[in-house]
Design a protein around this ligand. Structure first.
Ligand SMILES: [Zn+2]
Length: 484
């Protein structure tokens, strides 16, 4: 069997998750499926599709069901650990064995076990609650899988034969453009059921009586193969709860990025990720925000298209922002800062970081310096300035690092802690307004008052610095030495 990449994010995500499922199956059944996962297709050997059917129903759909039960257990304050390696076979016994559970609750949890369906398609008469019984759902899903297997690799003419029972229409699927759509739908009932396009077949299609249609085409049609991959996507969405989907023009990279992207924070130290990024440096990446929507199912909101190096930069900035101490009297919050990263408004981020170098002291009712927090923020600010400067290939920010660091250190050693805060506070205030003259006068005065020789190149690094970024960097380094 071979599934080709279509360029459609939901369908391709379905293929990628199907690959994950097949890998799980290899472990589960102790078998090999001859998996071949390339940039453009997923291939595997499928001798008996009932194995896939059983795994999806008994393991994946059950896993999804158990997720809901665990959430209820949390509310009841019962340890969800009890489910450990629960399976469809052991679920009822486990429920019965829980002492802390009232008899009525046990009954209710047993009853729930009888309605395990595909996630997000409650209204589906094929795979959801509206099929009126798991048996019907299973029957319909098995039939879907049969069609998917039989359609695989068939030319359009040959497909007509496979789809005969459902009356192939003149329309070709608007998602994959390679399989016929049909006039009739899969159903467990004896009468024929006309096929209606809705979000039960594919995301973005809108609910059945809703006019919303992402493709703006009344004749849009979805084939059974795309419908199947859509269900796999729904399982992925429900089980993994991704916030973002990153689409790249390669199935393998798609798999790689999406296993990483929702752990941005952890990524920061992930060397493997960087190596991988370096390999694909020139390609584009499309980033979507994923949100469930009662009308439309799951909605993907395009956040941005970016280059890998841009992406990498954003990951680093995210990590910096996550570590910032934010003063309680500002109305800055991490979420807004993340939005600045997404909109690539790096200039504002720098200003905000400068703003939070000072902390709010509740007792004193004013902004002051808190050495530990300020120092940590300064370091993050320097990191951020370095990232930006590397990117622009401009000035080497670190060229006067030693001068400023040791000047700060020398002065810091002479000044008592309480006075230190005042000095740092004043410097940051002047930095905010790019008051270079003020900075120079103030520092020269401080050096002389403490009999410290004024370092060579010191005034140059302040007065002649090319832009406020370089000035901020130098003073940042000075403060780093000063508070160290
Ligand atoms: Zn299709």
């Amino acid at each position: 069997m071979r599934f080709y990449r279509s360029g459609e994010v939901i369908r391709d995500c379905g293929i990628v998750y199907l690959y994950s499922i097949l890998r799980e199956m290899e472990g589960h059944y102790k078998k090999e499926y001859g998996l071949d996962f390339t940039d453009n297709y997923l291939e595997f050997i499928c001798c008996d599709y009932s194995e896939i059917y059983e795994y999806i129903i008994n393991v994946k759909v059950f896993e999804n069901f158990l997720k809901g039960i665990k959430a209820e257990f949390k509310k009841l304050k019962i340890d969800e650990e009890i489910f450990g390696n629960a399976t469809v076979e052991s679920y009822v016994d486990i429920i019965n064995s829980i002492d802390g559970l009232k008899l009525s609750d046990k009954k209710s949890f047993q009853k729930k076990f009888e309605s395990k369906y595909m996630p997000y398609v409650r209204n589906s008469m094929k795979y959801g609650t509206n099929s009126n019984g798991e048996e019907n759902f299973h029957k319909n899903f098995y039939e879907l899988l049969r069609l998917v297997v039989e359609l695989n690799g068939k030319e359009l003419e040959e497909q007509k034969h496979v789809l005969n029972k459902y009356k192939p229409s003149d329309n070709i699927c608007c998602i994959c453009h390679s399989v016929y759509s049909t006039e009739f739908d899969i159903t467990h009932k004896s009468e024929e059921k006309p096929r209606v396009n809705s979000r039960n077949n594919y995301m973005f299609m809108g609910s059945e009586k809703n006019t919303f249609n992402n493709y703006g085409n009344n004749k849009s049609s979805i084939c059974f193969v795309c419908e199947f991959l859509n269900l796999i996507f729904l399982l992925y969405f429900s089980l993994k709860q991704p916030v973002y989907l990153a689409y790249v023009d390669s199935l393998r990279d798609f798999y790689f990025f999406n296993s990483k992207i929702n752990n941005l924070r952890r990524l920061y130290n992930d060397q493997g990720f960087y190596k991988k990024l370096a390999q694909y440096n020139s390609k584009n990446i499309r980033l979507y925000l994923v949100e469930p929507d009662s009308q439309k199912g799951v909605v993907l909101r395009m956040e941005q298209v970016l280059k890998y190096d841009e992406f990498l930069k954003q990951i680093k900035l995210y990590s910096i922002i996550n570590k910032l101490w934010i003063s309680t009297d500002t109305n800055i919050n991490i979420r807004d800062l993340r939005k600045l990263v997404v909109s690539r408004n790096y200039k504002s981020i720098k200003e905000v970081i400068l703003l939070v170098l000072q902390c709010f002291d509740k007792k004193k009712g004013q902004r002051v310096l808190n050495v530990m927090k300020t120092l940590s923020n300064i370091k993050l600010m320097l990191e951020m300035l370095e990232i930006e400067s590397n990117e622009n290939g401009g000035v080497d920010l670190g060229k006067d690092y030693k001068t400023f660091f040791y000047a700060g250190k020398a002065l810091g050693e002479k000044i008592p802690i309480e006075a230190k805060n005042t000095v740092g506070f004043k410097l940051i205030q002047m930095l905010k307004t790019d008051n270079r003259d003020g900075i120079i006068k103030f520092l020269y005065h401080s050096f002389m008052a403490n009999s410290i020789p004024i370092p060579v190149y010191f005034s140059k690094g302040i007065l002649d610095s090319e832009d406020s970024r370089e000035l901020t960097y130098n003073i940042g380094v000075f403060l780093e030495g000063f508070f160290n």
